[in-house]
Design a protein around this ligand. Structure first.
Ligand code: PLP
Length: 239
């Protein structure tokens, strides 16, 4: 299990932290007889500067997660030009009026969680002529302060999104409630993805990724384990 540090990782240590995390992912995969190569590490760089992303890129990291459209646009435009093979995931809530910019900017949008956003994304995709992969986010604990389609409405919403977006709807994303044992929540999301024939399962963060890997996660989203603590003054949508 990763030791969570109460400080931001110095730039010179990011490569070493990535090595540690990769070894932990491989160990968690081996423990449940999965191929570590089937698990994609998404490095969550929200609130951290472009220099931190560059350090991770130099260490071979290619998948990054951001939770705000504006911050990602400011940080990643030049990074993308320098590293055209990097892949950017939107993991935070998306407002309908930012759908078009999100479609332009992100390769994967993990936070599709309501019919009005599906409408806005469909329009944005048509207008931009660009099709990011889409994940439906499920509110696993039905917590009112969190985004995500409530569990009870998930099946109907996923089916509607599959009908609308076809194979671009690739999977599901979810965050278990902070205080709960995450394992049953991960198991529920995995079963839901299977029911719908969806291959991508984005679940697991710095504190709980081994349990997510055991439950079948294909993408884990780690911020703190790689980049250290985030500045406390900025909003944190992770919990
Ligand atoms: C911030 C965030 C993460 C990363 O959280 P850590 O605990 O720092 O690993 C993962 N997923 C989402 C949706 C987030 O907002």
């Amino acid at each position: 299990m990763t030791r969570l540090e109460a400080r931001t990782t110095p730039l010179g240590e990011i490569a070493a932290r990535l090595e540690v995390v990769r070894a932990e992912i491989a160990a968690a995969a081996r423990a449940c007889k999965r191929d570590p190569a089937a698990i994609t590490l998404v490095a969550v760089s929200k609130t951290h500067p472009a220099l931190a992303v560059e350090a991770a890129l130099r260490a071979g990291q290619r998948f990054f997660g951001e939770n705000r459209v504006q911050e990602a646009a400011a940080k990643f435009s030049s990074l993308r030009a320098a590293s055209p093979d990097l892949r950017l995931h939107l993991i935070g809530p998306l407002q309908t009026n930012k759908a078009r910019e999100a479609v332009r900017l992100f390769d994967v949008i993990e936070s599709l969680d309501r019919p009005r956003l599906a409408d806005a994304l469909a329009l944005a995709i048509a207008r931009e002529g660009r099709q990011p992969d889409l994940l439906v986010e499920v509110n696993l604990g039905c917590e009112p302060q969190k985004s995500g389609v409530p569990r009870g409405q998930a099946d109907a919403f996923i089916s509607a999104c599959q009908a609308r977006f076809g194979p671009a709807l690739t999977g599901l994303m979810g965050i278990p409630p902070a205080a709960a044992d995450p394992a049953p929540h991960f198991a529920w999301l995995a079963a839901c993805a299977r029911r719908h024939g969806l291959g991508v399962l984005s679940m697991g963060m710095s504190a709980d990724f081994p349990a997510a890997i055991a439950a079948g996660a294909t993408h884990i989203r780690l911020g703190t384990a790689i980049f250290g603590a985030r500045p406390a003054s900025l909003p944190d949508y992770s919990r």
